[in-house]
Structures are given as structure tokens and as C-alpha cells.
Design a protein around this ligand. Structure first.
Ligand code: ADP
Ligand code: MG
Length: 640
């Protein structure tokens, strides 16, 4: 029974959930944590790090630590968001092929898909280790506002990591799934998602058809701020700490990268603690030194202090939430605050009590917060994974999972450019997916032999203001029927047919930043090779570790052997130990293993000799096994 894992591929953190033994659960990673930082780095030693280890060295290795790559995935270089982000991201970013984006790590340029694939590859490997079986299929979540190319790029990242992406679903939809808000009635829901780097608010309407029992989840509005998140809270705390230290000691810690890395970690830890405690102590030993020697950092911080530092952020998120709910479409959902049936809290930062209070005050009702907010999206994806797996295998869904038919909708209008640069809608925003629309194009009109079709996504009336998804030429035929097909992932596929002959025409889509099939295949191979390389490295390290501990054991045995063991055995062990020491830190795994085995055998002789010595009656055996060695052995007074 193949599992389909659910993955929340977050801007800051990612999480994995799966149905196991009838129970939906978050899978811990190799470090034993339930979330994994979505960070990849090339360490100063040239090693590729993913997750916590990458995060730990981010401040001291900023140029080669790639975080927040989700901000760039599937976007064009010319995108205003990218132009804004490139100014503050500490790593290098440049225009990539097809007008996309590339990031630099070490001396190589990577597409955002490749970086995301490295995160996904770790999630996959760690999930496999937890489950004790191969995992090849996944459901991955994306923000509700992600357009076609961001979705496609996310799917491609999955493929590169060796995962067949069975479905892309919206994060707020997944959250609604996990909270089980699938009541048999129409519902209006607000998902307030405050993560590490972004604040996303979505207004959903769950429609229920009592006849078919079908439910649809419609995204009525999305809002928020792509540059407001928990990281900003950490920064505020960090600034506060630096100021305090300046006051106390007259030393500016902001100038020392190592101190900054430690302050950053301490700030985030303090923030977490203040979600459950009302006061915490920040304690960083040896943060710096002066003429009098090493200095420590120690300061108390209260919850009230934290709240006063970030009050502006809280107010801002509340204002943006109100706007998304009440502003008339398309900016907001055009609802009244009182119309909202449920408010769901998502994102690690919503663990902060003051934030929960602020949301409660706005809606005048208690928000749902039963599930860990940084796990809820992954859990929803896990549920979707289970539903898809059950469908594939023709079985019932396990556990509490209701086999509901949940239909997402297109986040943005799909349009084509027509005369005068106007964007003519083809598939309007909020159409339930999958959906298809066919349109006939004429090339014959004014003796043209071909016609260019521009496919757009967005809500603006003029073509130029929307995002170009695809551009293609239809050749030489009077009438061509073009079908625009949006699949269940919200991804567009285009096909064309010659109306006269019924023959299909291939549509070559240009001006897309997305990777080609060939490229995905190539990157997939590279990633798999990297995984094999990682595996080799791991085995080498295991071999070295074994050698290391055996060498230690040998030295200890030699020291403790005393006169119970003959010089000959001791010399034998010493020789093998020296041989192992020569190879144990090298690259030759086979040599390390051979030397380890040889030493291991030799050490056994010590044990044997000690055993024989200590058990007088078996001296006969000793003679037989140890041969002449046990004879001249006792030499009291001999230094060891
Ligand atoms: P994203 O969706 O952006 O990947 P998450 O939902 O994982 O991110 O949220 C990450 C943010 O949540 C970080 O800023 C982290 O410090 C914050 N966070 C996690 N746990 C807590 C907590 N107990 N109290 C306050 N903030 C928390
Ligand atoms: Mg998130």
C-alpha cells in the first residue's frame, strides 16, 4: 500500500504528514523535529546543508545560505515582488533563462525549483526513514494566490526531488480540511495564516450541495502582506537585545556576526517561550570578550515587553484581515465580519497569545486553535493524500478521514488578448477546477497565415497589466480550435485542433519561466545522484565513526589489560591499531572497514586471554586456543 505524503512547503518551515495505521500524523525529521526550516546552504567546508543545520549557520554564511526561495519560485525576474526582494536577500539573485530567476550558492547558479527540490528531497528521505518504506508520491500545498507558473514550478520541484506530485492544493483549503470544517451546510471561513516571512489571510466559502453531497471550497478573497512575518518579531527582539547590551556594557554586538547568529537564535527562542510563559531569561554565555576576559549575556524579558515591541505588526495584520473580509470584490470578499462562521489560526506565529486575542477581538468569537498551527497545513495535505491513495487503490479511507469531494477553484481569471490589447476572460476567477474552455481562432480573416495567441492570468482589463502565461503561434489553417484546460492542481494545459481536418496541432508555449521536461529530467537525475553521493558520504562517516570508537576501545583495553594479556597479543593489537589510525580519517571506506575488522579480531584475543586467565580450570582450552602465547606471558613488574 503506497503512501501519498502531504507536504506543507513553507516559506520558512516545511512539514510532512501522512496517514499511518489509521492515524493522521506529522512525521519527525532526522533531527527529531516536526518542522524543517526551508533553508539550503553550502557550508564553508563545501558541504550541502538542508534544514536546521543550514539555519544554524545562516548569519555567518549569508551569501551561501538560501532561504525564502518560495518568494521567487515560478516568478519572472521583472515581477515587482522579485525586484523588491532582490534588494534585501543576502544571497545573489539574477535573471534566469526564459525571464525567470536564479540564485547563487557557491559558484553555481540554481533555479528556485532546484533549491526547493533540495528541501523536498530531505523531507522525502526523512519520511522514508520514519516510515521504513519508499515514498514516491506527494500532495504539496501552495498559497491560494499562487498563479499557474508558481504552481507548475512547485510541481516541478517535487518531480526533481523524485516525487510524483499527485495534487497541488491551496494552503487555506488544507487548513480547512484539517480543522474538519466540512459541515453539511454552507460556511464562510477566514484563515488567518501568520508564518515566518508572510502573513496570508484567505476568505473561503464552503458550498454544500445536499443532493450530490459535493462540497466546493471557493477562495473569495486573499489578502495579507508578503513582507510581514514572525521573522520581523525576531528582528525586533534582536534589536532590543543589542540596545540593552550597549546600555549595560557599552559594547555593540551587531558588529560581530557570530554574536548576531547567537542573538538571533536566542531572540526566536525567547519569543517561543513567551507564548507560554509571561517572563523568560535570555542567557548567552561567552557572547563576547573585553580586556577583562570573556563576557556573558543575561537579561530578563517579559511578555508585555514583547507585545509592546510588536504591537504595530499585530494592528496591521488585524487591519488587513478586516480589509480582506469586508472590502468589496475584487479587493475583499464583501462580507460583514459577523457573517464569518469560523476563524482558523494557521502559522507558527499565531501561537502568540496577543495575536490570538487580537483576532478574537476583531471577530467577536473564539478562533479555532485546536491543532498546532504550524502543522495544520501539512495535516490537511496528508488527508488529501489519503483520499487520493484510497481512490487509487479502490479502498475506503482510513481513520477519521471523510471521503469528501472537495473542489478547489481557479485563483485568477484566465484570459486571452484580443484586438486593442484587451484581456478577454475565458475562464473566470473562482471557477471550480478541473475545467476546460474551447475557443475557435481564425487565421484566414485578413489573409494572415498565422495568428499569435497570448494567454493571460489576472483580473486587470488590459492585457499588458496581467501576467503572460503562454504565447503561441497557430499556423496556416483557417480555423483552429484551442482548448484551455485547467486541471485539479490549477495548472493550465493548452491543446489545439484544426477544425477542418480534426487533426491536433501541437502548441508550443513560449515566454514561460518554467523548466522544460528535458530540464526537469536532467535535474531529477542530478538530484538522485546527489542523494546517492549523500548516501556514500553517510556510509563513509559511519565507517569512520566505527573505526574511531573501536580505536578508542583498543587503547582502553591495552591500558587495562595489565599482566593478564601476553606482550604478543598486545603487540598484535597495537600494530592493527596503528594500521587503522593511518586510514581511519581517509576517504577509502573499504580500507577503513578492513582495518576495523582486523583490529576487532585482534581485540577479541585480549578478551579471550583475560577470560582464560580469570577462569583457572579452563587453562587447557587456553593452551589450545592461544597456543604458545599464554605460556611466557606473566612478567610482573613490566611497565605497560
Ligand atoms: P511558514 O509558513 O512561513 O513557513 P510557520 O508557519 O512555520 O512558517 O511559522 C514560522 C514562524 O512561527 C516563525 O517566525 C517562528 O518563530 C514562529 N513560531 C513558531 N513557534 C512559535 C511559538 N511557540 N510562539 C511564537 N512564535 C512561534
Ligand atoms: Mg505556512
Amino acid at each position: 500500500m503506497a503512501k501519498i505524503i502531504g507536504i506543507d512547503l513553507g516559506t520558512t518551515n516545511s512539514a510532512v504528514a501522512v496517514m499511518k495505521n489509521g492515524e493522521l500524523q506529522i512525521l519527525e525529521n532526522a533531527e527529531g523535529n516536526r518542522t524543517t526550516p526551508s533553508i539550503v546552504a553550502l557550508s564553508k567546508g563545501g558541504e550541502r546543508l538542508v534544514g536546521l543545520l543550514a539555519k544554524r549557520q545562516s548569519v555567518t554564511n549569508p551569501k551561501n545560505t538560501i532561504f525564502s526561495v518560495k518568494r521567487l519560485i515560478g516568478r519572472k525576474w521583472s515581477d515587482p515582488e522579485v525586484q523588491r526582494d532582490k534588494a534585501w536577500l543576502p544571497y545573489e539573485v539574477q535573471e534566469g533563462p526564459g525571464g525567470g530567476v536564479q540564485v547563487k550558492m557557491g559558484d553555481k547558479w540554481y533555479s528556485p525549483e532546484e533549491i526547493s527540490a533540495m528541501v523536498l528531497a530531505k523531507l522525502k528521505a526523512d519520511a522514508e526513514a520514519r516510515l521504513g518504506e519508499k515514498v514516491d508520491e506527494a500532495v504539496i500545498t501552495v498559497p491560494a494566490y499562487f498563479d499557474d507558473s508558481q504552481r507548475q514550478a512547485t510541481k516541478n520541484a517535487g518531480e526533481i526531488a523524485g516525487l510524483k506530485v499527485e495534487r497541488i492544493i491551496n494552503e487555506p483549503t488544507a487548513a480547512a480540511f484539517a480543522y474538519g470544517v466540512n459541515k453539511e451546510s454552507n460556511q464562510k471561513i477566514v484563515v488567518y495564516d501568520f508564518g515566518g516571512g508572510t502573513f496570508d489571510v484567505s476568505v473561503l466559502e464552503i458550498g454544500f450541495d445536499p443532493e450530490t453531497k459535493e462540497q466546493t471550497i471557493e477562495v473569495r478573497a486573499t489578502g495579507g502582506d508578503t513582507h510581514l512575518g514572525g521573522d520581523d518579531f525576531d528582528k525586533k527582539i534582536q534589536e532590543f537585545l543589542v540596545e540593552e547590551y550597549k546600555k549595560q556594557e557599552g559594547i555593540d554586538l551587531a558588529k560581530d556576526p557570530l554574536a548576531v547568529q547567537r542573538l538571533k537564535e536566542a531572540a526566536e527562542r525567547a519569543k517561543h517561550e513567551l507564548s507560554s510563559a509571561t517572563e523568560t531569561e535570555i542567557n548567552i554565555p561567552y557572547i563576547t570578550s573585553d580586556a577583562n576576559g570573556p563576557k556573558h549575556f543575561q537579561i530578563k524579558m517579559t511578555r508585555a515587553k514583547l507585545e509592546s515591541l510588536v504591537q504595530d505588526y499585530l494592528d496591521r495584520s488585524v487591519k488587513l484581515t478586516e480589509e480582506a473580509v469586508t472590502a468589496p470584490a475584487p479587493k475583499g470578499a464583501g462580507f460583514k465580519l459577523g457573517d464569518i462562521n469560523e476563524v482558523l489560526l494557521v502559522g507558527g506565529q499565531t501561537r502568540m497569545p496577543a495575536m490570538q486575542e487580537a483576532v478574537k477581538k476583531l471577530f467577536g468569537k473564539e478562533p479555532h486553535k485546536g491543532i498546532n498551527p504550524d502543522e495544520v497545513v501539512a495535516l490537511g495535505a496528508g488527508i488529501q493524500g489519503e483520499i487520493l491513495a484510497a481512490k487509487k487503490e479502490g479502498r475506503k479511507t482510513e481513520g477519521e478521514v471523510k471521503d469528501i469531494l472537495l473542489l478547489d477553484v481557479t485563483p485568477l481569471t484566465l484570459a486571452i488578448e484580443t484586438l486593442g490589447g484587451v484581456a478577454t476572460p475565458m475562464i473566470p476567477k473562482n471557477t471550480t477546477v478541473p475545467t476546460a474552455k474551447t475557443q475557435t481562432f481564425s487565421t484566414a480573416a485578413d489573409n494572415q497565415t498565422s495568428v499569435e495567441v497570448l494567454v493571460l492570468q489576472g483580473e486587470r482589463p488590459m492585457a499588458a497589466d496581467n501576467k503572460v502565461l503562454a504565447r503561441f503561434m497557430l499556423d496556416g489553417i483557417p480555423q483552429v480550435e484551442v482548448t484551455f484546460d485547467i486541471d485539479a492542481n490549477g495548472i493550465l494545459n493548452v491543446s489545439a485542433k484544426d477544425k477542418a481536418t480534426g487533426k491536433s496541432q501541437s502548441v508550443k508555449i513560449e515566454a514561460s519561466t518554467n523548466l522544460s521536461k528535458d530540464e526537469i529530467e536532467r535535474l531529477k537525475k542530478e538530484a538522485a545522484e546527489h542523494a546517492a553521493e549523500d548516501e556514500r558520504k553517510k556510509e563513509l562517516i559511519d565507517a569512520r565513526n566505527q573505526a574511531e570508537s573501536l580505536a578508542y576501545l583498543a587503547e582502553k583495553s591495552l591500558r587495562e589489560a595489565g599482566d593478564k594479556v601476553s606482550e604478543e597479543i598486545k603487540t598484535g593489537v597495537t600494530e592493527k591499531l596503528e594500521a587503522l589510525k593511518k586510514v581511519k580519517d581517509g576517504e577509502d571506506k573499504a580500507a577503513i572497514e578492513t582495518a576495523t575488522a582486523a583490529l576487532s579480531q585482534e581485540i577479541q584475543k585480549i578478551g579471550q586471554a583475560e577470560y582464560n586467565k580469570g577462569n583457572g580450570p579452563e587453562e587447557n582450552n587456553a593452551g589450545g586456543q592461544g597456543g604458545a602465547e599464554s605460556g611466557p606471558q606473566p612478567e610482573p613488574g613490566q611497565p605497560q
